[in-house]
Design a protein around this ligand. Structure first.
Ligand code: PMP
Length: 407
């Protein structure tokens, strides 16, 4: 059945905004997606009708709030096909999830003579937490390079393994190039060497069906705000066998079983990793974002975005002189990073904004990748389910106009 994108757009009132006398075209979805009405309503309802702190109360409101949060946990587990909702830990976002893994899991398994493998296309959120740990422990970080089309060099990946390799952490999809890495195959190789594998799924979960058991990830991190959900909520999936062995990441309320000044014991999974009051209103609203995605259909989302990606790429390449698109790996997701001639990405982004088009400019928190491409930044357009072909046309016309203005 064909999707009615105009009907879907009705659920996103922000898309009716006008900027400088033109209807907004929102192409900054990789930074954060817009939010459908049902998610916003869940937040409003949470604050209006059920706000009470979770877990600590016997009173009805607290029980209702707890039930909403735990229902969301079960929904997330089912959405990513986790074995159990105990393996779903709520965090503030992908960044906090990756810091949790680095600090707790990395701190537990890594020693000074060990090595870990990252890739050249990692977001800073999957580099800096490891470097912070490295400063404490002293292991070596090795980096998988990429091929000219923006795919990872898998031969180089395999050749980086040696007897010191203890962990791999890799993005599922690049937030700059759109490259979708073959994590299932990469994980199988790492596991054949007895090495656990962490996946940064921030850019993959919004665009494709994720099955953590099928890919056999040891950890998988993502953010609600990039997948039609609320801000301030993220998920860390971890295999039970690891989570049970790992020490807590933060201490505080909720994560304990018994506290005394002599000895404190910790709560069961998943609460051991959820110190303090979580964003329980946001967590409950995440359920609604999952409802939205599943009702729309993950395959429908993927195919609609791919159509827009292919169409826009084709037109840009045919019609914009001097355009350079970074990232052409087969099967990439709907992200177009580009530069026009020698023009500064910032100037292009500013002019597109004046034409009512929101794109991101800069290094996209991936400075090592920028360095390897020999550039300082790009202009990035990224698509979501509510973008239309008319918007793609207006975007291409705007890029042509900006290109003519600047050159
Ligand atoms: N990893 C990737 C690949 C990302 O694109 C982002 C967000 N730009 C992050 C991690 C960090 O996500 P958050 O800011 O939601 O924690």
């Amino acid at each position: 059945m064909a999707l009615d994108i105009h009907k879907i757009r009705e659920d996103f009132p922000i898309l009716n905004r006008e900027l400088y006398g033109r209807r907004l075209i929102y192409l900054d979805n990789s930074a954060t997606s817009e939010t459908p009405r049902e998610v916003v309503e869940a937040v409003v309802n949470g604050y209006t009708h059920t706000k009470a702190n979770v877990h600590r109360g016997v009173h009805t409101l607290s029980q209702e709030a707890t039930e909403l949060q735990e229902t969301a946990r079960r929904r997330v587990a089912e959405f990513i096909n986790a074995d159990s909702s105990d393996e779903v830990i709520f965090t503030r976002g992908t960044t906090e999830a990756l810091n949790l893994v680095a600090s707790s899991f990395g701190g537990m398994i890594l020693g000074k003579d060990d090595e870990i493998i990252l890739t050249v296309m990692e977001h800073h959120a999957n580099i800096v937490p490891w470097q912070l740990l490295q400063a404490r422990i002293g292991f070596r970080i090795r980096v998988v390079p990429m091929l000219p089309d923006g795919a990872l060099d898998l031969e180089a990946y395999r050749s980086l393994f040696n007897e010191h390799t203890r962990l791999v952490s890799c993005t599922h999809a690049s937030n700059v190039l759109g490259t979708v890495n073959p994590v299932k195959e990469m994980i199988a190789f790492a596991h054949s060497k007895g090495v656990p594998f962490v996946v940064d799924g921030a850019q993959a979960v919004p665009h494709m069906k994720i099955d953590v058991r099928d890919i056999d990830a040891d950890f998988y991190a993502f953010s609600a705000h990039k997948m039609y959900g609320p801000t301030g909520v993220g998920v860390l999936y971890g295999k039970r066998e690891w989570l049970e062995k790992m020490p807590p990441y933060q201490g505080g309320g909720e994560m304990i079983e018994n506290v005394s000044f002599e000895k404190t014991t910790f709560a069961e999974l998943p609460y051991k990793f959820e110190a303090g009051t979580p964003d329980f209103v946001g967590i409950a609203a995440l359920s609604k974002a999952l409802d939205f995605m599943q009702r729309t259909g993950l395959d429908n989302i993927a195919s609609h975005e791919h159509e827009l990606l292919d169409y826009t790429t084709r037109r840009l390449e045919a019609e914009v002189p001097d355009i350079r698109i970074f990232g052409k790996a087969p099967g990439k997701c709907a992200i177009i990073s580009f530069l026009i001639g020698n023009e500064h990405h910032y100037d292009v982004g500013m002019l597109l904004d004046k034409l009512g088009i929101a794109v991101r400019t800069g290094h996209h928190c991936a400075q090592p990748l920028m360095r390897s491409l020999g550039i300082e930044g790009t202009v990035r357009a990224s698509f979501a389910i509510y973008n239309t072909q008319e918007e793609a046309d207006r975007f291409v016309e705007a890029v042509k106009r900006v290109s003519a203005m600047l050159q």
